[in-house]
Design a protein around this ligand. Structure first.
Ligand code: FES
Length: 128
């Protein structure tokens, strides 16, 4: 016997609140949802970055790609697929040399981040 999964839509926003190229955060029960208007179509995906939990809705949306505001991982809002890995700070790119103690901190942080996997974002069906 197959389990039946009941689809349920929740009214979360007036579509006019999310103009083309903009995003909005919504709380639905215990889920944080990113609503994105990419090129006139509305998409919904998990608003917590799969890297280190930052709110993607505070990032930037260019076309169909949202960029995480913390480390720059990128996701396609139409599919939830990761299209760019997070970036760590590279102290060699700083305009001025930084103290050795800070270089060690950045190097340690980069080492830790390299162990964190970033996955595709869960998506949700939308209906306008
Ligand atoms: S929290 Fe999003 S890229 Fe790190």
């Amino acid at each position: 016997m197959k389990d039946q999964i009941e689809r349920q839509f929740v009214d979360i926003s007036d579509v006019r609140d999310v103009p083309v190229g903009k995003m909005k955060h919504a709380d639905i029960k215990e889920n944080e949802i990113l609503i994105a208007n990419s090129e006139g179509k509305i998409y919904a995906l998990c608003d917590r970055c799969s890297h280190m939990n930052a709110p993607l809705s505070m990032g930037t949306l260019n076309g169909k790609v949202v960029t995480c505001p913390i480390h720059g991982a990128r996701f396609d809002v139409t599919t939830g697929k990761k299209v760019g890995e997070p970036m760590s700070l590279d102290p060699s790119m700083f305009p001025e040399p930084i103290p050795e103690s800070l270089q060690k901190i950045f190097a340690h942080s980069a080492q830790i981040q390299s162990k964190i996997r970033t996955y595709d974002q869960p998506t949700y069906e939308t209906m306008v």
